[in-house]
Design a protein around this ligand. Structure first.
Ligand code: GLA
Length: 393
């Protein structure tokens, strides 16, 4: 659907002839640096052209009405500006509600109700951060509509707080940061401890990034995610009995190898190993991209996946089948899962001229083994959350 069609949907849903303001926040991929953000490490994400649109008009009263074209059967969800508490019956609308609540608690003035329509074209449940995307599109919408002076980093932190405290998923800051600060044709290297970041141009020459969705129906992702996080915290506590460190990513590979015996539990030791080595790979990636050494970057991507498969254990048969198939194709530089794992998406860097054979071969191997197809998309790295002016994204 294009923006004009979405605006027409808005007008018929809310029975208005007024022209709503339009906003967009992308989804994200992560090139490398997985499960490092909540361990004080580095991540290397980029925002993509798929994302969430939001259309909004102020109301004269205190009512907020939400509608999503992705969940039309749920219908319009209503709440009052004075009652923004989490409500399970409000389903997906809890994400924007949480943003409105916490932005207000930051002493930023939101005095009217509003009618908001959302539409997301991020592949469903794919681990490309549809939740951070709806949080951040709500953030820019409130900023624009009420003209509130909100620093972008504060908005990003509020998005994470919604996820952690309002929704109850203990996620790190990567997704909201990538979406809030994304830049066309650039990935960003973020230090999740200090929030220092720098952009790195993504010039892939004759290659493109392909996003591959396993299409696995994901269950229990949040509880498994929280479990991984707890295991990392336990490993850190064990190390802190003798070492003065704040987080697992404070350790170099050499220090980790020297001190890993302090971690009591074998599983927790493997989790920590992944974090330390992955952080190292992520830092190396910036230099490799600057040098144009795509081949070595591809190799680090493969290594990253194997570490997530064997040490962090967040991949599963669907992602592993996809990746093994991908690595064996001509024209591939590297491939790995992206995001939290347990299904979701992988990314692959593939030579443009080989895209068709890559997709056909990988999909055949995947379908034969898993029983249903994977989906393939070419990722375009686009700007972060923003208002859309004049109907042009
Ligand atoms: C999810 C979380 C992020 C990050 C990744 C794994 O996307 O929301 O904070 O932890 O998983 O790297």
């Amino acid at each position: 659907m294009n923006i004009n069609e979405l605006i027409q949907c808005y007008q018929s849903t809310f029975e208005t002839t007024g022209l709503p303001r339009s906003f967009f926040a992308p989804g994200r991929i992560n090139l490398i640096g997985e499960h490092t953000d909540y361990n004080g490490g580095h991540v290397f994400p980029a925002s993509i052209s798929y994302g969430t649109y939001a259309f909004v008009q102020k109301r004269d009263d205190q009512l907020i009405r939400f509608f999503s074209l992705n969940f039309p059967a749920i219908g319009i969800i209503e709440c009052d500006l004075a009652d923004l508490f989490f409500n399970p019956a409000h389903d997906w609308a809890n994400y924007p509600k949480g943003m409105i609540k916490y932005i207000r608690e930051n002493n930023l003035e939101i005095s009217n109700g509003m009618d908001i329509l959302f539409y997301g074209n991020i592949p469903n449940g794919a681990g490309l951060s549809s939740s951070a995307s709806i949080e951040m599109v709500t953030g820019v919408l409130l900023e624009g509509l009420f003209d509130i002076p909100i620093d972008r980093i504060d908005m990003i932190k509020i998005g994470q707080k919604v996820e952690n405290e309002y929704i109850g998923v203990n996620s790190g800051i990567m997704d909201q940061f990538a979406i809030g600060k994304g830049k066309k044709n650039h990935a960003l290297l973020l230090n999740c401890q200090t929030l220092e970041y720098e952009y790195a141009p993504i010039q892939l020459e004759r290659y493109v990034i392909i996003v591959i969705n396993t299409n696995k129906k994901r269950t229990l992702v949040n509880s498994k995610y929280n479990e991984r996080r707890a295991q990392c915290e336990k490993a850190l506590q064990d190390l802190q009995t003798e070492l003065l460190i704040q987080c697992l990513s404070d350790l170099s590979i050499e220090q980790f190898e020297h001190q890993k015996h302090l971690i009591q539990d074998d599983t927790n030791r493997k989790r920590a190993k992944h974090v330390v080595y992955e952080n190292d790979r992520t830092l190396k990636t910036l230099l490799l991209l600057r040098q144009g050494n795509l081949k070595e970057f591809g190799r680090l991507m493969n290594e990253s996946h194997l570490s997530l498969q064997n040490d962090f254990e967040v991949t599963g048969i669907e992602l592993d089948t996809l990746l093994t198939a991908a690595w064996n194709q001509p024209g591939i530089l590297g491939a790995r899962m992206t995001g939290a794992g347990f299904g979701g998406c992988a990314i692959a860097i593939v030579e443009k001229s080989k895209i068709d054979s890559f997709r056909d071969n990988v999909n055949k191997i995947y379908t034969d083994k898993i029983g249903y197809e994977a989906s393939f998309y070419t990722a375009t790295i686009a700007d972060g959350a923003r208002e859309i002016h004049g109907g042009v994204l």
